[in-house]
Design a protein around this ligand. Structure first.
Ligand SMILES: Nc1ncnc2c1ncn2[C@@H]1O[C@H](COP(=O)(O)OP(=O)(O)OP(=O)(O)O)[C@@H](O)[C@H]1O
Ligand SMILES: [Mg+2]
Length: 232
C-alpha cells in the first residue's frame, strides 16, 4: 500500500474578523491509496475547512499536506490547481456548479481541461450514471438541490480522480437517491481504486467506510477503523 494523503500538524487560522479564529489545529493522519474514510463532527467543527486543505483548494496556516507524494504547502495557486486537475475530485457542500453552463457543460469542463477525446460522449455517460441524461441541457438554477448534487458528482467523476473528496454528498438527497449516490461512490472506490474521503452527518454512511475520523473544535478527537460487519 502507498500513502496517498499525509496530513502533518495542520493548522488553519482565519483572520477575517476582528480577532483571529483558529479553526483547525494539530491535525495528523495518513490515508493509504484505495482507503475509504469518513470525517464526522458537529457543525462548525472544521470539516469543510479540513477537506479544502487536504484537496489543495486552500492553504494551511502551518503544517503540511502531502498528496500523492507532492507537498502542497509551498506550491503557488496555479501549481495547486494543476495537482487538483491531475489527481483530485471534489464534491462541494454547496455544489459550486458554474451557473452559466448547462449540466452537460459543467461535466465537460474537467474533461476539456485534461484534453480528453470524446468529451461530449463521456460527459453524457457520466450524467446517465447519476440518472440525469435527460436533463443535460438544463442550467443549475433549473435543477433541484439533489439534481445539482448529482451533476456535481458526475463532474467530480469526470476527473478520474485518484482521490475524491465529498462534502456531505448525500446531504440533500432523498433516501433512494442518496443510496444510489452512495453506491456510485463505493463502486468508484472498488472499480478504480479511488480513495474516498467523505464528510457526512449520516453515521450509517460513515460506517460503510473503512475508517471514521471524528473532529470537534478543530482537533481530531477519535480516529477508528470501522468494524467489518458494519460495512457495505
Ligand atoms: N473564510 C472563512 N473566514 C472566517 N471563518 C471561517 C471561514 N470559513 C469557515 N470559517 C469558520 O470556521 C469554522 C469551521 O467551518 P467549516 O465550514 O469547516 O465547518 P464544518 O464542520 O464544515 O460545519 P458544517 O457541518 O456546518 O458544514 C466555522 O466556525 C466557520 O464559521
Ligand atoms: Mg461543512
Amino acid at each position: 500500500m502507498s500513502t496517498i494523503l499525509d496530513i502533518q500538524n495542520l493548522e488553519k487560522i482565519y483572520h477575517s474578523g476582528d480577532k483571529p479564529l483558529t479553526v483547525l489545529q494539530g491535525i495528523n493522519f495518513t490515508l493509504e491509496a484505495g482507503d475509504t474514510c469518513a470525517i464526522v463532527g458537529p457543525s462548525g467543527s472544521g470539516k469543510t475547512t479540513l477537506l479544502g486543505l487536504c484537496a489543495g483548494l486552500d492553504r494551511a496556516t502551518s503544517g503540511s499536506v502531502i498528496l500523492n507524494n507532492i507537498k502542497l504547502d509551498k506550491l503557488s495557486e496555479d501549481e495547486r490547481a494543476q495537482v487538483r486537475n491531475q489527481y483530485v475530485g471534489f464534491i462541494f457542500q454547496n455544489f459550486q456548479l458554474i451557473p452559466t453552463l448547462t449540466a452537460l457543460e459543467n461535466v465537460m469542463v474537467p474533461l476539456e481541461l485534461r484534453g480528453e477525446r470524446n468529451v461530449h460522449g463521456q460527459a453524457m455517460e457520466l450524467l446517465s450514471r447519476v440518472g440525469l441524461a435527460e436533463r443535460h441541457d438544463h442550467y443549475p438554477t433549473q435543477l433541484s438541490g439533489g439534481e445539482q448534487q448529482r451533476v456535481s458528482l458526475a463532474r467530480a467523476f469526470s476527473n478520474k480522480p485518484t482521490i475524491l473528496f465529498a462534502d456531505e454528498p448525500t446531504g440533500n438527497l432523498d433516501e433512494e437517491t442518496g443510496l444510489r449516490v452512495e453506491k456510485l461512490l463505493f463502486d468508484l472506490n472498488r472499480e478504480a481504486g479511488t480513495t474516498l474521503v467523505l464528510v457526512t452527518h449520516d453515521l450509517e454512511l460513515a460506517e460503510k467506510t473503512d475508517r471514521i475520523i471524528r473532529i470537534k473544535g478543530g482537533t481530531v478527537v477519535s480516529d477508528e477503523k470501522v468494524q467489518v460487519e458494519n460495512r457495505l
